[in-house]
Design a protein around this ligand. Structure first.
Ligand SMILES: Cc1cc2nc3c(=O)[nH]c(=O)nc-3n(C[C@H](O)[C@H](O)[C@H](O)COP(=O)(O)OP(=O)(O)OC[C@H]3O[C@@H](n4cnc5c(N)ncnc54)[C@H](O)[C@@H]3O)c2cc1C
Length: 466
């Protein structure tokens, strides 16, 4: 086996791996990046793009159906499945390009097309080459979590990143998992005319969101025709006449039922991609979410850092990028002995999902804020009273502002509503700047702005402060 010595070996070449490798190369380090799939169409990024492409198509399907209400004549003629696939491919090709690694190679990074495996903490086997590094960064991402449901393997199930896996749209579909990915696909397929049943084991969809948001999203899904089963889980599947019969049980009691569908989409979360990565050989431990790291993103093995989905704190592309930059900084600080390492700060992480209306949040939920102790106030506002929302015909949704009950400092903002993904950025800035609900409530917003709902929620919190 040929051996090479580098400063840093990065395993995994998607968002996290590319960002870390790029940052280190910019600082003058000799970096080698190992990626098993040079197409650039890996799980995370493909799923993310797919979700956005399909959700946009679903949105258009609804707008066309509703156009007559606005005085515009249009007829919904159904969905052209091959065009959906073509559009997905066009977007993916445009975003990822033909040679996704060309930019890295041009920056002097050696890219090895192989599966990487740790042999020891500073040694990575990649094909017939042994790569030695003064530091190693793990950025191998995540893969779909597949629950242990008897019969599932035989049911030819779909996962989010391969959701356009059939030759056409199924007539009926069961979606297992009521997280952000599951609810978005459930809505989209329902809008395409597929009969969708969503099954979520927990007591509500979007369990990580505020209860008000979950409630609004459940209503939205039902309005779109999705049958929502919360508190139920799929217990077994069997095949009959080309269809899948999913047996369901209601948690905690003996109620049982079943749904018969053409397709099953599994959206029950993510597992860290660590299979056959040689973690034991390097002394790297796994935690409950993924590779165990400290607050500087160091793993339990000396000289090895990890970032992105493989760490599993968040499954968000902007957080994969953030962690990758931080890991690169800390590797550089360690190798040069200069500068203190940085610590991860997860306090004000914004996220948004392309449901229609969109869902977004930043900061603490009310429950988390109360758990920290001290008084807490909340302010709620809906979109129904906003002229902008009314004229657009997009009045569904709610904004919730959580603030400390003493000075009114904003702790969290939660939105389900039109353009929530854009509105949340004002809230992120407010949190970062340590602003209060008074600041937000006293800031004039143009009559045209949907963000006026944010101001109104802040004003409601000011009232609650008394
Ligand atoms: C359906 C879906 C929708 C999403 N929607 C959003 C969204 O709306 N907003 C958002 O912020 N995020 C979203 N995400 C999450 C986001 O895409 C991920 O957080 C992000 O892509 C993680 O990047 P990563 O580089 O850590 O991992 P990944 O993208 O999983 O990449 C890991 C890379 O490592 C490679 N690899 C793995 N093992 C090895 C090995 N042993 N040797 C060599 N290479 C290896 C893989 O081939 C891959 O290229 C979504 C994800 C999915 C699946």
């Amino acid at each position: 086996m040929r051996a090479e010595q580098h400063d840093v070996v990065v395993i995994g070449g998607a968002i996290a791996g590319q960002t870390a490798a790029w940052e280190l190369a910019q600082r003058g380090f000799d970096v080698v990046l190992v990626e098993q799939d040079m197409s650039g169409r890996q799980h995370g990024r493909l799923g993310d793009l797919m979700l956005q492409v399909l959700s946009r198509a679903g949105e258009l399907a609804v707008r066309v159906r509703q156009a007559e209400r606005y005085g515009v004549l249009a007829e919904f003629g159904g969905v052209n499945y091959s065009q959906l696939v073509r559009r997905r491919d066009e977007v993916v090709d445009y975003v990822i390009g033909g040679r996704p690694m060309a930019r890295l190679e041009a920056a002097g990074i050696r890219v090895v097309a192989a599966r990487g495996r740790l042999r020891a903490s500073g040694e990575v086997e990649a094909g017939d080459t042994l790569l030695r590094g003064r530091a190693v960064i793990l950025a191998t991402g995540s893969r779909p979590h597949i629950p242990e449901v008897p019969g599932l393997e035989q049911a030819d199930f779909l996962v989010p990143e391969r959701v356009l896996g059939y030759y056409g749209l199924p007539r009926t579909m069961a979606v297992l998992g009521g997280g952000a990915v599951g609810v978005t696909f459930a809505q989209v397929f329902s809008r395409f005319g597929v009969g969708v049943t969503l099954v979520e084991r927990g007591s509500r969809v979007l369990e990580d969101a505020e209860p008000e948001v979950s409630q609004a999203v459940t209503q939205v899904l039902q309005d779109d025709g999705v049958r929502v089963f919360t508190g139920w889980e799929g217990v077994s599947i069997h095949l009959a006449g080309g269809q899948r019969i999913l047996d369901l049980r209601q948690g905690g009691n003996a109620a049982a039922g079943s749904v018969t569908v053409d397709a099953i989409l599994v959206a029950t979360g993510r597992d860290p991609a660590v299979q056959d990565l040689g973690l034991e050989a390097a002394g790297i431990q796994l935690g409950p979410r993924g590779v165990l790291v400290d607050d500087e993103l160091r793993t339990t093995a000396s000289g090895v850092w990890a970032c992105g989905d493989v760490v599993g704190v968040y499954h968000l592309s902007h957080m994969a990028e953030y962690e990758a930059r931080l890991a690169a900084h800390n590797v550089a600080a360690t190798l040069t002995g200069q500068g203190p390492p940085q610590k991860v700060r997860y306090a004000q992480v914004p996220w948004a999902y392309p449901l229609d209306p969109e869902v977004a949040q930043v900061g603490l939920r009310e429950e988390d804020a109360r758990r920290r102790g001290g008084p807490v106030v909340v302010g709620l506002a809906d979109f129904a009273g906003l002229h902008r929302a009314i004229t657009r015909g997009e009045v569904r949704g709610v904004v919730k502002v959580v603030a400390d009950g003493e000075h009114g400092r904003i702790l969290g903002v939660h939105i389900v509503g039109p353009r929530a993904g854009e509105l949340i950025s004002e809230a992120s800035l407010a949190l970062r700047a340590g602003l209060t609900v008074h600041d937000l409530a006293e800031t004039a917003h143009p009559a045209l702005a949907l963000a006026e709902a944010l101001r109104r929620a802040a004003a409601a919190a000011v009232q609650a402060l008394g």
